[in-house]
Write a protein that binds this ligand. Structure first.
Ligand SMILES: Cc1cc2nc3c(=O)[nH]c(=O)nc-3n(C[C@H](O)[C@H](O)[C@H](O)COP(=O)(O)OP(=O)(O)OC[C@H]3O[C@@H](n4cnc5c(N)ncnc54)[C@H](O)[C@@H]3O)c2cc1C
Length: 387
């Protein structure tokens, strides 16, 4: 019996287990993860690891023994297959069952696939270390990469592959990259950045079917014509890893649906990319897919397990690195109707912009400007309360 059982041994699960200990929790804590690796960081997978600048080991989040030193038991390479909330038990894929006092669901996401592309040799998705290893190996012998999807991940992979010397095309139905995250104006700047670095943006195009030759991918047929490719990456978003919770009685709807305290049911919490919780100030359910949320929400969940009884009210934040530009995004700039530059420098590739809906700031974007972003953050928090 674990007093707290955490399913999912990555950023959010790890942070929850550690936060419990840091706050003095003395009960038993067990972290269970489907991957064979100790918890590792995903952001470098599409950047430093794909580029070959980092060995895979460098992504590991804690040195060996650190979790054991905190009295956190780990079970790796084991997948949870079902949950019985009445008996308070999780069944694993080896036939064993783990009883719990409180349960934390931290199972993250699974990349979305496109049916016709799914089983083709030379087609990749990127979520794990193994995915990145396979992609990197194939890029080494390739000349042309097509990336289906111009979101954050697609853009990062495109930028990394370009630096590795490939001819890269990004195929996306939207007019500019990452518009759903940063809005059309910043998206247009990003498009220019990619074009300046020699990436072909096939915007407004739908990927329709793979072109296959000799049992391998040879290109992508799109609504705007065919692109030749030796390797294809499908980066069209991900779905919350909740299949194993079907029939558990939890509400599953684009994630594990939780109340304002990230509680999905009595003694069950969700955290990180998989959690969709009621944001009390926005008056709607929110699910965030970013690294800082994994840590911040973990602190909130650990606090609530220990009786803090506080709603989770973060200011969303993510960063992305593309072609030497670090873009940092606070709030929800895509919901703005205009962008106002608040800090400009002589270097056009260094600025801070505030995204406003009417008169109200809803987001801040920093472009190679970490300090400026920190200054502008106050616009979103109105002193202490996040919008
Ligand atoms: C390539 C890449 C680059 C990224 N870059 C950035 C970035 O630059 N900036 C940023 O803010 N964010 C970035 N992110 C997003 C960030 O990494 C995620 O938000 C973060 O990893 C979420 O952590 P998590 O613990 O909620 O989920 P995950 O990291 O997905 O971990 C979930 C874990 O649960 C395990 N699991 C799933 N189902 C089960 C089961 N049934 N039983 C047991 N274990 C299970 C999975 O195997 C996985 O190990 C990136 C993500 C990727 C993939």
């Amino acid at each position: 019996m674990s007093d707290v059982l955490v399913i999912g041994a990555s950023a959010a699960g790890l942070a929850t287990a550690e936060a419990l200990r840091r706050r003095g929790f003395g009960g038993t804590v067990r972290l269970v993860g489907a991957e064979p690796h100790p918890p590792y960081d995903r952001p470098p997978l599409s950047k430093q690891v794909l580029l070959g600048d980092w060995e895979a080991d460098r992504t590991v989040l804690r040195p060996p023994g650190a979790l054991a030193d905190l009295g956190i038991e780990t079970t790796l390479g084991r997948r949870a297959v079902s949950l019985d909330t009445a008996r308070r038990e999780v069944a694993l894929d080896d036939g064993t069952s783990l009883p719990y006092g409180d349960l934390v669901l931290a199972t993250g996401l699974t990349p979305r696939r496109i049916g016709a592309f799914a089983e083709q040799a030379g087609v990749h998705t990127v979520r794990t270390l193994e995915d990145t290893g396979r992609l990197r190996a194939e890029l080494a012998g390739a000349r042309r990469l097509s990336v289906i999807g111009g979101g954050v991940l697609g853009c990062e992979i495109a930028a990394s592959a370009r630096r590795l010397g490939l001819d890269v095309t990004v195929i996306d139905p939207a007019p500019v990259p990452m518009a759903d995250r940063v809005g059309p104006e910043i998206g247009a700047m990003l498009a220019e950045l990619h074009r300046d670095h020699g990436i072909v943006l096939m915007s407004g195009a739908e990927a329709e079917a793979p072109v296959v030759s000799g049992g391998r991918i040879a290109g992508v047929r799109t609504s705007k014509g065919t692109v030749e490719a030796d390797v294809v990456v499908v980066a069209v978003g991900s779905t919350p890893a909740t299949e194993w919770l079907e029939g558990s009685g939890l509400t599953l709807d684009d994630g594990v649906v939780c109340d304002a305290r990230c509680r999905a049911a009595r003694h069950v919490y969700a955290v990180g990319d998989v959690a969709r919780w009621w944001h009390e100030e926005q008056g709607r359910y929110v699910r965030l897919e970013n690294r800082s949320n994994a840590t911040e929400q973990a602190l909130a969940v650990a606090g609530n397990i220990l009786g803090a009884d506080r709603p989770y009210l973060p200011v969303p934040y993510f960063w992305t690195d593309q072609h030497g530009v670090r873009m940092q995004v606070l709030g929800r700039p895509a919901e703005a109707d205009r962008i106002r530059m608040v800090e400009r420098t002589p270097d056009p590739r260094k600025f801070v912009a505030v995204a406003e809906a009417g008169e109200r700031p809803v987001g801040v974007v920093g472009w190679n400007s970490a300090r400026g972003l920190r200054r502008a953050r106050a616009l979103l928090t109105d002193g202490s309360r996040p919008h």
